[in-house]
Design a protein around this ligand. Structure first.
Ligand SMILES: Cc1ncc(COP(=O)(O)O)c(C=O)c1O
Length: 330
């Protein structure tokens, strides 16, 4: 099949660039040094390529991702790097034999995990991103509480999400040192082997973590593209030109096909004006005709992928495989 036969908008992933990205990362962080995050691609076929590159443990953001990974035979060591108020579906996975670890940051989330029959937790520490995670000084007490509830505490996690996207590498490094200092000191009070942290923007700077949770590196986006990382933009949204006016052109990928929270998407050889629900208005350097195809590069990979059912793996204009985006939903 050719890409010209696909219904648009359609998610394309360049087979060679994807393979290069996976290899570059596994060379830098082999085996369990990387715990790939599946939230960016939500695709078990892609996760299988990461497993084939040597990574046996994975990071998930939702219970649905955890379930899908277990069903796909990738449940050897799954971390839900997120809090849940009801862990009962994770208890089912643990009873089926999957190794399930869950982030906890409060008495309530510890109790939820213990009630569900999940055995292992990481104490989630806030290292500067105002999101989940306990204050560092609370981590030791929560670890004691988890152990008293019969849980095994594998260590800590602390996601530096306020740092991973900083364009200035030296600022990224300096802020990381401060964040990870807090995490390492919490780890000393918590005990256990694991210090889980990091993302694509800090994968080669974070030497404090025992494992890095990067996910975007496989597909990439234009926001991360500004950081000069050794990962190529393998993901694009194939779109069709549907209207041409004097001065601008419109393609059929709008904000229902593209994650926009990191800004407008890009089109090579064109200036993007704006996106609306089903439309991308742009000014190409050379004229396009209705029916022409353009590859739109998303600014944020995770929400973009979450809008689509399938990833079409391509070699140039040839579609070599279709992968379900099978970890969507909740
Ligand atoms: C908890 C957690 N860990 C790690 C990551 C790293 O992902 P990325 O590779 O996109 O930087 C994320 C991304 O949002 C995250 O939420």
């Amino acid at each position: 099949m050719r890409t010209s036969e696909l219904t648009t908008p359609a998610l394309l992933v360049d087979a060679q660039l994807l393979e290069n990205n996976i290899r570059t990362m596994s060379d830098a962080l082999p085996g369990t040094r990387l715990r790939p995050h599946v939230k960016a691609h939500k695709c078990t076929e892609l996760a299988k390529r990461q497993a084939a590159a040597g990574h046996s443990g994975f990071t998930c953001a939702t219970v649905r991702e955890m379930e899908g990974m277990v069903r796909a035979g990738l449940g050897h060591d799954l971390l839900l790097a997120n809090e849940v108020a009801d862990a009962s579906r994770l208890g089912v996975l643990a009873r089926e034999g999957a190794r399930i670890t869950v982030a906890v940051d409060s008495d309530a989330t510890i109790d939820a995990v213990a009630r569900a029959g999940v055995a292992e937790v990481l104490i989630d520490v806030n290292v500067g991103l105002p999101r989940c995670g306990c204050p560092p000084e609370e981590a030791g007490r929560l670890a004691d509480r988890a152990r008293a509830a019969g849980l095994s505490v594998r260590g800590v996690m602390g996601y530096e999400g306020h740092i991973v996207g900083l364009e200035d590498r030296s600022a990224r490094g300096a802020m990381l040192e401060d964040s990870m200092g807090q995490l390492v000191s919490a780890a000393g009070k918590v005990g256990g082997e694991v210090i889980s942290a990091g993302g694509t923007g800090t994968y080669d700077l974070n030497s404090w973590a025992t494992e890095i949770q990067a996910g975007s590196y496989a597909l990439m986006d234009t926001a991360y593209g500004k950081l000069g990382l050794p990962f190529a933009q393998s993901l694009s949204v194939l779109s069709t030109v549907i209207s041409v006016s004097a001065g601008w052109t419109v393609a059929d990928s709008g904000l229902k096909a593209l994650g926009m929270d990191h800004g407008d998407p890009s089109v090579e050889g064109a200036k993007v004006w704006f996106c609306s629900d089903e439309h991308l208005t742009f000014a190409p350097n050379s004229p396009l005709l209705v029916g022409d195809r353009v590859r739109v590069l998303p600014a944020h990979v995770d929400p973009t992928v979450a809008y689509h059912d399938s990833l079409y793996v391509v070699d140039g204009d040839e579609v070599v495989e279709r992968w379900d985006v099978d970890l969507r939903g909740w």
